[in-house]
Design a protein around this ligand. Structure first.
Ligand code: PLP
Length: 382
C-alpha cells in the first residue's frame, strides 16, 4: 500500500502540490535588497533565459502579483496603444482571459474564435492574419488548462514571423514542462508562472521578453507598477526590486529551480507528467470514464474527464468526498458538457496518482455512482 506523501493534494490547474523542500525554503526572513536576495533573483532570471535558449537576445523580468499581472504588464509595456491591433486566439478559457485583459487596457483586438479541437494551427492563424489587415501582435495561450489543450507553437510562430506580427505567448501553465525555444520561435514575450510546471508557490509573474523590444518600449506603459521596462532597468542597475518583492516566494522559486535542474530539466519533468497522465487516464478509462480530449491533443499536465451520466453523480458531492480524502480537484470550464479536471503536475509521482485513482473510486462508491460513462452525445469528435 502506497503512503500519502502530502496531507492534502492540490490537483488543480495551479497552485499545486509543492514539495516539502520548497515549503521549507520559505521559512526564512530575508532582506529584499541584501546581497543574498540579489544573487538569488539573478539566478532565477538567468535560469529562465537559459531554459529558452535566450542567450543575449532575451531578458527575464519578474513582476509582483499572479501570472496574469505578467500578461497585463506585457501589453501595457510593449505596445503603442494608438497603433497596436492584437489577434487573440480563443479556443479555450485562457484565450478569453487574454481578450479580457486586452480590452480592459483598451487595445484594438480581433478575435479568432476556434473550437477546442483541433488545436490552433499556422494555417488557420495565417488565414485570420491575411483577412485582417494591420495586426501587430498575436496573443496565444500555449497550454490551456481550462480544457487541457496544447496549442503547438511552431507553425503559428512561422506565420507570425513571415508577416512581421509579434507573438505573445501565455505559457503560464506550460513553462518549465515544455520546450519553448524563444529565438527559434522569434517570440516577442512569454509569460511564465512559478506555480505550475516550476512547482513553486504563487506570488510573482515572470516575463521572458526580447531585449530589443524591451529597450524600445521605454516610457510606453501608462502604469507605474506594470511597466516591464522600468522594472527591468531598475533591477539591472541596482540588482533588487523597485518595490517590495515577495521574498518568501522568491526563496521557494529558487529552491524549485534547483529541483528542476536536479530532476533533469524540461525533458525529465515532462516525462514524469506524462507518466502521471498515462497512469491516471489508463486507470480511470479502464473503469469507464471518458476524457474530454483525445490524448494526441491533450497536454499531460491536466486531464479533463466527462461527468458520469449516472443520476447519483453531482460534481459538488464528488468534490466533497474527494476533499474528505485529502484530494482537491477542479470543475471543468468552457464546455457545455459537464466535466471535471484532475491535475497531474506538481510534486506528484505515479504512486501518488494511484492514490488519486483509489480516492476517485472510493468517492464514487460513497456517493452511489456505479456507472462512470458519460452521455454519448457530449463526447467531442475531432
Ligand atoms: C493558471 C493560468 C493562468 C492564470 O494565472 P494567475 O496566476 O491566476 O494569474 C493563466 N493562463 C493559464 C494557461 C493558466 O494555466
Amino acid at each position: 500500500m502506497t503512503e500519502k506523501r502530502h496531507p492534502q493534494y492540490l490537483l488543480t490547474p495551479g497552485p499545486l502540490t509543492t514539495s516539502l523542500a520548497v515549503k521549507k525554503a520559505m521559512q526564512f526572513d530575508k532582506s529584499s535588497n541584501g546581497p543574498e536576495m540579489v544573487s538569488l533573483v539573478r539566478g532565477i532570471r538567468d535560469y529562465i533565459v537559459e531554459l529558452s535558449h535566450g542567450g543575449n537576445t532575451y531578458e527575464c523580468v519578474p513582476v509582483q502579483g499572479s501570472a496574469t499581472y505578467g500578461i497585463e504588464a506585457v501589453f501595457q509595456t510593449l505596445t503603442d496603444k494608438s497603433k497596436a491591433r492584437v489577434l487573440v486566439i480563443e479556443n479555450g478559457y485562457y484565450g478569453l482571459r487574454l481578450r479580457e485583459v486586452l480590452s480592459e487596457i483598451g487595445i484594438d483586438i480581433v478575435r479568432l474564435e476556434l473550437p477546442v479541437i483541433p488545436p490552433a494551427s499556422g494555417l488557420v492563424v495565417a488565414a485570420a492574419l491575411d483577412a485582417n489587415p494591420g495586426i501587430t501582435h498575436l496573443a496565444l495561450c500555449h497550454c490551456d488548462t481550462g480544457t487541457g489543450i496544447l496549442n503547438p507553437l511552431e507553425g503559428i510562430a512561422v506565420v507570425c514571423r513571415e508577416r512581421g506580427v509579434k507573438l505573445v505567448v501565455d505559457a503560464i501553465a506550460s513553462y518549465a514542462g515544455f520546450e519553448i525555444n524563444a529565438p527559434a520561435l522569434d517570440v516577442e514575450a512569454v509569460v511564465i508562472s512559478p506555480n505550475k510546471c516550476f512547482e513553486a508557490v504563487p506570488g510573482i509573474a515572470l516575463v521572458l521578453v526580447k531585449r530589443e523590444s524591451l529597450i524600445a518600449s521605454k516610457g510606453w506603459s501608462p502604469s507605474s507598477v506594470l511597466d516591464l521596462y522600468a522594472q527591468w532597468a531598475w533591477l539591472e542597475e541596482k540588482g533588487f526590486f523597485r518595490t517590495t518583492p515577495p521574498t518568501h516566494v522568491l526563496l521557494a522559486l529558487a529552491k524549485a529551480v534547483e529541483l528542476h535542474k536536479a530532476e533533469g530539466g524540461i525533458a525529465a519533468r515532462q516525462a514524469r507528467y506524462r507518466r502521471n497522465y498515462g497512469r491516471l487516464t489508463d486507470g480511470l478509462r479502464q473503469r469507464g470514464f471518458v476524457t474530454l480530449l483525445p490524448d494526441e491533443y491533450a497536454s499531460p499536465i491536466i486531464a479533463t474527464f466527462h461527468d458520469p451520466a449516472d443520476a447519483a453523480y453531482s460534481f459538488a458531492t464528488f468534490y466533497a468526498a474527494m476533499e474528505r480524502r485529502g484530494f482537491l480537484i477542479f470543475p471543468g470550464r468552457l464546455t457545455s458538457a459537464g466535466t471535471f479536471r484532475i491535475g497531474t503536475m506538481g510534486d506528484l509521482t505515479e504512486d501518488d496518482i494511484t492514490l488519486v485513482i483509489e480516492a476517485v473510486l472510493a468517492s464514487m462508491e460513497e456517493i452511489g455512482v456505479t456507472n462512470f460513462s458519460p452521455d454519448q452525445e457530449h463526447i467531442i469528435v475531432a
